[in-house]
Design a binder for this molecule. Structure first.
Ligand SMILES: [Zn+2]
Length: 122
């Protein structure tokens, strides 16, 4: 494949193997890096160094809650670790990085990937 600029490029997904287009517009983005995964896998996979889980509960008055992770203990999340403007609700799919604290691991830079209302059959 020629490394031509200003031209759509065909790439192959490192996860599922399908080909996908890396468009000129995407290549022109200031922070553009050649994607390793197709758009569908990019949506499913957390970014490097990040994890995903579901909000178990979040107390708006106490400003903290917990995230459920597959095969791991629930993760503490505090208001100050929420990147989004909206407060999380139970069932929200969130992406985060895990940081060790004196009281155990905590979620950092928590972003809501998909709100709970949209994960159902709607
Ligand atoms: Zn893929």
């Amino acid at each position: 494949m020629a490394k031509a600029t200003n031209q759509d490029e065909i790439l192959y997904c490192a996860r599922c193997g399908i080909s996908f287009v890396w468009s000129r517009e995407e290549q022109k983005a200031p922070d553009a890096a050649q994607p390793r995964h197709c758009p569908a896998c990019r949506y499913l996979l957390p970014a490097p160094g990040r994890e995903r889980g579901l909000i178990k509960w979040y107390d708006r008055k106490k400003h903290y809650g917990f995230i459920v992770r597959a095969g791991q203990p629930d993760l503490y999340v505090h208001r100050t670790s929420l990147d989004g403007q909206r407060l999380p609700r139970p069932g929200d799919l969130v992406e985060f990085s895990v940081q060790e604290s004196p009281r155990g691991p905590v979620a950092q830079s928590v972003v809501i990937v998909e709100p709970a209302a949209a994960t159902g059959s709607a």
